[in-house]
Design a protein around this ligand. Structure first.
Ligand SMILES: [Fe+2]
Length: 586
């Protein structure tokens, strides 16, 4: 038997770092560095995650045939950063100096860093940032051909691309360049509303339904959207080309209010601004997709890039009927670039075969029940070890009412969402759970909505959605008569960010919800990520136990092991008043 081909994809040095390991084109392992270093959106070279990937596959770095880097650093640095500097000089001096310093220390020397930190001396391939995004979606979609659309903050120069994939080929046909960027517009407004840029954009999306899009006219001063989806930002309102902030005084004058201070009160004005930027984003996304269909016609659409995590816009694209089928890369942000570059190398350099559509994203680390028991024994904490069917019976009963349960199972998800292996779950019928989970478990703002997981076969009973949504990337309406049935996952505008689940994707999670349905008649539960505000999603049993002990969570289930808060020694519960302090609030 010939030796398999191993390809390692890397994304780092900008947003969230990630690693992907392919064996003969199949995804063996994928994870974000933040999960191991416990630093949210850690952008450093993913040394820890790479060690886990190699360990999982039982290989060493010497077995790797090719490494891929998810963007072209020289193009990004010398071309965009330097030319932006000269364009805006002397305004951009400070930004330039900081960028230069950072790059001289680490980023310019990517091959040397990879050799030094990972011990890899072989060939490194570089693929452009947006081609990596597009590849991560197209090659995972299973489509024979597809129109591709990628939209994010910025890669090298591109901020938006349209392309076409067929078989092993994928080409980008049209681009919009920095500084004109839908992602950066959204980030600028995130900054203006007082949330953390590159991290809390989803809060703006969650806030939007509380407001009215009253400021759309003012937004037309900020951005001109043409019928073909191309757009121009009016750069006199933005300072990210030359400053360290996203916006300045001019935008405050335009909207008539100062930039909100983080953690200060959110007023109706902020909600209306959120609603307005959301409306503008949806309008632009729809026009881009319409134009993409015209110039790269296909019945199928593949989406990726950070803006593809805007599930409200995705729902609009789906309902527009422009495409028969849509695939959205679940790791649509920059960590997913590692997947795209690895798949791109497999198809374009190694002429490898296409794979069918991915079935799930459970590609990270896993822990056995023995390892979990060893931890609990060492900690001297009581637990029950059950067989799987007894566990599912018990937990589905415990879910009824106000119990909030940490659900830690099998391999960790790749991408920003917890999809049933590193999740906190609760009864969606109980409205009080919305507040309880936000304030007493996640310690986050009470306006933030929760997403439902629904058994795939019951989706249309609850939601105006007639396709699957396994990665929680589509928003659709809850049927009016069901809104009071599942109030804890129904947003103020009657919508929900839906995760559908079938047995093949995750049999244990599916069977748990099925057992809950048999007991209660309800096929929907709350699913939110297993972490507190500012903390990366838990990776290991230690992380899960820490989070459980330091929040008001009622039960923790790890593998087939059940842990009850009321049986924990009093001196172990909520002892670290400083638990939250460990994490930087977003
Ligand atoms: Fe990106």
């Amino acid at each position: 038997m010939s030796k398999p081909t191993y390809i390692l994809g890397l994304s780092c040095y900008y947003h969230d770092a990630g690693v992907v390991l392919l064996k003969d084109g199949n995804i063996v392992f994928a994870a974000q560095e933040e999960r191991y270093t416990r630093k949210k959106q850690d952008d450093r070279l993913p040394v820890s995650a790479t060690a886990k990937a190699l360990g999982f596959a039982g290989i060493t770095i010497d077995d790797i045939d090719a490494v891929g880097f998810y963007e072209k650093p020289m193009l990004k640095f010398f071309d965009r950063i330097l030319s932006t500097y000269f364009k805006t000089w002397p305004l951009g001096l400070r930004q330039y100096q900081m960028a230069m310093q950072e790059w001289m220390h680490t980023k310019l020397w990517i091959p040397q860093q990879i050799e030094k930190e990972l011990g890899y001396k072989g060939k490194i391939f570089y693929v452009q940032h947006h081609e990596s995004h597009a590849a991560s979606s197209f090659y995972c979609s299973g489509f024979e051909d597809a129109t591709t659309v990628t939209v994010d903050g910025v890669g090298e120069w591109a901020t938006t691309t349209i392309g076409y994939g067929k078989g092993k080929k994928l080409d980008l046909k049209k681009e919009i360049h920095f500084p004109h960027s839908l992602g950066l517009l959204y980030s600028a407004i995130t900054y203006y509303i007082g949330f953390k840029v590159n991290s809390a954009e989803y809060k703006v999306m969650g806030l939007a339904p509380y407001g009215e899009p009253k400021y759309v006219d003012q937004f037309r001063e900020l951005i001109t959207i043409k019928d073909d989806g191309s757009f121009n930002l009016n750069m006199k309102y933005f300072t990210y080309e030359h400053g360290l902030k996203m916006t300045g005084k001019k935008i405050e004058t335009l909207f008539g209010q100062p930039t909100r201070k983080p953690e200060s009160d959110l007023t109706q004005f902020h909600k209306d601004i959120a609603a307005s930027v959301q409306k503008i984003t949806e309008e632009a996304m729809l026009k881009i997709c319409k134009h993409a269909k015209e110039i790269c016609p296909s019945d199928n659409l593949c989406l990726a890039g950070g803006v593809a995590l805007n599930c409200v816009a995705n729902g609009e694209i789906l309902r527009s009927g422009l495409f028969k089928d849509i695939f959205i890369q679940p790791a649509a942000g920059d960590a997913g670039g590692a997947l795209g570059v690895a798949l791109s190398i497999w198809h374009k350099k190694f002429d490898g075969q296409r794979s069918p559509r991915i079935n799930d994203v459970f590609w990270g680390t896993e822990y056995s029940d023995d390892a979990i028991r060893s931890l609990l024994d060492a900690e001297g904490l009581p637990y029950e070890s059950l067989d799987e069917s007894t566990l599912i019976d018990r937990v589905s009963s415990l879910l009824e009412g106000e119990n909030v349960i940490g659900w830690f199972q099998d391999r960790m998800e790749f991408g920003p969402r917890a999809l049933g292996n590193r999740s906190i779950i609760a009864d969606a019928r109980n409205k009080a759970n919305w507040k309880k989970v936000n304030l007493k478990i996640k310690f986050r703002e009470d306006f933030r909505p929760f997403a439902p997981t629904v058994l795939e076969e019951n989706t249309s009973e609850y939601f105006a959605l007639d396709c699957e949504s396994p990665y929680m990337l589509l928003v659709a309406d809850v049927h009016p008569e069901k809104r009071e049935v599942i109030p804890a996952v129904t947003h103020v505008d009657g919508s929900a960010r839906i995760q559908t689940i079938n047995e093949a994707q995750n049999p244990k999670y599916y069977n748990l919800i099925k057992a809950f349905r048999e007991k209660t008649g309800c096929a929907v539960i709350i699913n939110t990520s297993f972490n507190v505000r500012g903390e990366p999603i838990v990776e290991s049993p230690e992380d899960a136990l820490n989070c459980f002990l330091n929040t008001h969570m009622d039960y923790l289930v790890m593998g087939n092991i059940l842990i009850e808060k009321s049986k924990m020694p009093a001196d172990r519960i909520l002892q670290s008043g400083d638990y939250l302090q460990k994490f930087e609030l977003d």
